[in-house]
Design a protein around this ligand. Structure first.
Ligand code: GLU
Length: 451
C-alpha cells in the first residue's frame, strides 16, 4: 500500500505568515507520521495578484521551517485540465451560464433580504431561453459559470471536526469561472486533487462550506473523495484574524527576529491543541505528538511573547551538533564547551555572538570593587587552564579565598567578579566561562587591565 498524499495550496499573493504555516505544517507532519507524500501546489490562477517573488519566498520560507515538498506544481500551468472539466460539466448540465452583473446581483440580494428571504442566488439564469441568451450576448455580455448544486445535505467524517454536515440547499450555486474566463479557486482545486491522487485534504476551518461544495464537484467529476480534515484558525494575541497585512507575523519577520524554525513550528501547531506547548527536538518528534484530531475547535491565539519564551527554552535544549554550522557561519568559535556555557543565556542564537566577543575580544573591565577583583586575580588557579580546571571544588576554593581576604560574600563578591571578567551584569555561570576566557585574560581583567 502506498502512503497518503497531502498538499499545501497557498496562493502566492503575499508572504507566508504564522496562520498559513499551520496548514503547511499539519500537512507536513501528517506526511512524516504516515510516510506519505507532500505536494506544494501554488494556487496562482489569479495572474494579477500572484507574483514570482512571492512564489519564491514561499518556497524559501517553507524550507526554513523544514518543509521540503516531494513535488511542486503551479495551477497557472494546468488550465487545459480545468478547461476539460468545464467542458464536461457544461455537457452534463452541471455548469450553467449566467449573465447578471455584480450590481444586478447585489440589487436582488437586497430585495431578498428585505423580504426576509435567504440571499442565495435564485437560479434565474437557468430559465433563460436560447434566444434570450443570444440577445444578452449580442449586448456584449459574457457569461460567468455557476455549478448547479444538488440541494442535499452533504456529510463527511472530518479528521479534525468529526461528523460534519452542510445543507447545500442554503447555498448559492458557486461561480466556478468568471466572465473573462479566469477560474475561482474551487474548480482547479478539485480537478487537481483528483488528478494528483490527493488522499487527505487538511486545511483551515474557513473552508468547511467549500468542502461541501467540493464534495459535490468530486462526485460530478467521478473523482475519488479524499478524507477531509479542518483545523482551527490562529488569531493574534488580541484575537484578531491573521491577514497578510500583519507583516510582523510573517515567517520572514520571525526568522529575522531570530526565532528558531522549530520554535515557530512547535507553537504554530501545539497552540490550541490538547498538547502542552513545549520545545521539541525535530519535526519528526512533533509529528509523533500532534495530530489534527487533537486540535481545539475554538480559534487559537498566537502570542509572540509565548514564542520568544519558547525560543529560549528551545535554545537551552539544542545540542551543539544542531547549531555547529550556524555558529561557524557567525564566526563563533569555542566549540561545544562554548555552546553549552551560553545556550541558557540567550534569547536568539545570534546573541551567542556577543558572548563569543566577551571571550575572544579585548574589553575594558569595569572595576566595581578593586579589593575583591584584586584578590580574585591573586587567587586564580595557575594557567594554562583546561576544561577540568574549574571543577566545583576549584570554584569553591577560589571564592572562599577571596572572601577570607576581603570579607565579601554573595552579591558583593560575585557582582564585581562578573563585571570585571565579562563587562556584563548577568550571564552564564562564571565557572563555565572562565576556561574559555583563559588564565591570562581573566587575570588581566581582574587587575583592571584591558584584555
Ligand atoms: N489557496 C487556498 C487557501 O490558501 C487553498 C485552500 C485548500 O487547501 O484547498 O486557503
Amino acid at each position: 500500500m502506498t502512503g497518503p498524499v497531502v498538499r499545501f495550496a497557498p496562493s502566492p499573493t503575499g508572504f507566508l505568515h504564522i496562520g498559513n504555516a499551520r496548514p503547511a505544517l499539519l500537512n507536513w507532519l501528517f506526511r512524516l507520521r504516515h510516510h506519505g507524500r507532500f505536494i506544494l501546489r501554488l494556487d496562482d490562477t489569479d495572474g494579477l495578484r500572484s507574483t514570482d517573488e512571492y512564489a519564491q519566498a514561499l518556497v524559501e520560507d517553507l524550507t526554513w521551517l523544514g518543509i521540503l515538498p516531494d513535488a511542486f506544481f503551479r495551477q497557472s500551468e494546468r488550465f487545459a485540465l480545468y478547461d476539460a472539466a468545464v467542458k464536461r460539466l457544461v455537457g452534463e448540465g452541471r455548469l450553467y451560464p449566467c449573465y447578471e452583473t455584480a450590481e444586478e446581483l447585489e440589487r436582488r440580494r437586497k430585495l431578498q433580504l428585505a423580504r426576509g428571504l435567504p440571499p442565495t442566488y435564485d437560479r434565474a439564469a437557468l430559465k433563460l431561453t436560447g434566444a434570450e441568451r443570444t440577445a444578452l450576448e449580442a449586448e456584449g455580455r459574457r457569461p460567468h459559470w455557476r455549478f448547479l448544486l444538488d440541494h442535499k445535505t452533504v456529510e463527511w467524517d472530518d479528521l479534525g471536526r468529526g461528523d460534519c454536515r452542510v445543507d447545500c440547499a442554503s447555498l448559492s450555486d458557486p461561480i466556478l469561472r468568471r466572465e473573462d474566463g479566469t477560474y475561482l479557486y474551487t474548480l482547479p482545486s478539485v480537478v487537481d486533487d483528483i488528478d494528483m491522487g490527493i488522499t487527505h485534504v487538511i486545511r483551515g476551518e474557513d473552508h468547511i462550506t467549500n468542502t461541501a461544495v467540493q464534495i459535490q464537484l468530486f462526485e460530478a467529476l467521478d473523482g475519488r473523495l479524499p478524507v477531509f480534515g479542518h483545523h482551527n484558525l490562529l488569531t493574534t494575541a488580541s484575537g484578531e484574524g491573521l491577514s497578510k497585512r500583519l507583516g510582523h507575523l510573517s515567517l520572514r519577520h520571525l526568522r529575522k527576529a531570530g526565532m528558531e524554525p522549530l520554535a515557530v513550528a512547535s507553537l504554530a501547531v501545539l497552540v490550541g491543541s490538547s498538547e502542552a506547548v513545549r520545545p521539541v527536538g525535530s519535526l519528526e518528534e512533533l509529528a509523533q505528538i500532534i495530530d489534527i484530531g487533537q486540535l481545539s475547535h475554538a480559534p487559537a491565539r498566537f502570542d509572540e511573547n509565548e514564542l520568544a519564551h519558547l525560543n529560549t527554552r528551545l535554545l537551552l535544549e539544542l545540542p551543539f551538533e544542531a547549531v555547529r554550522e550556524r555558529l561557524a557561519s557567525l564566526q563563533i568559535g569555542g566549540g561545544e564547551d562554548f555552546w553549552l556555557a551560553v545556550r541558557g543565556n540567550i534569547l536568539r542564537l545570534s546573541d551567542a555572538l556577543g558572548w563569543w566577543e566577551v571571550i575572544s575580544k579585548p574589553l575594558v573591565p569595569p572595576i566595581e570593587d578593586a579589593a575583591v577583583t584584586g584578590a580574585g586575580a591573586r587567587h586564580l588557579p595557575p594557567g594554562p587552564w583546561t576544561k577540568d580546571t574549574w571543577s566545583p571544588f576549584a570554584w569553591q576554593m577560589w571564592t572562599e579565598a577571596i572572601t577570607a581576604e576581603t570579607g565579601a560574600k554573595g552579591r558583593a563578591l560575585f557582582h564585581p567578579l562578573r563585571l570585571a571578567l565579562t563587562g556584563r551584569e548577568r550571564g552564564p555561570e562564571l565557572a563555565n566561562l572562565l576556561p574559555l576566557i583563559g588564565h591570562d585574560r581573566a587575570r588581566a581583567r581582574l587587575e583592571g587591565e584591558e584584555a
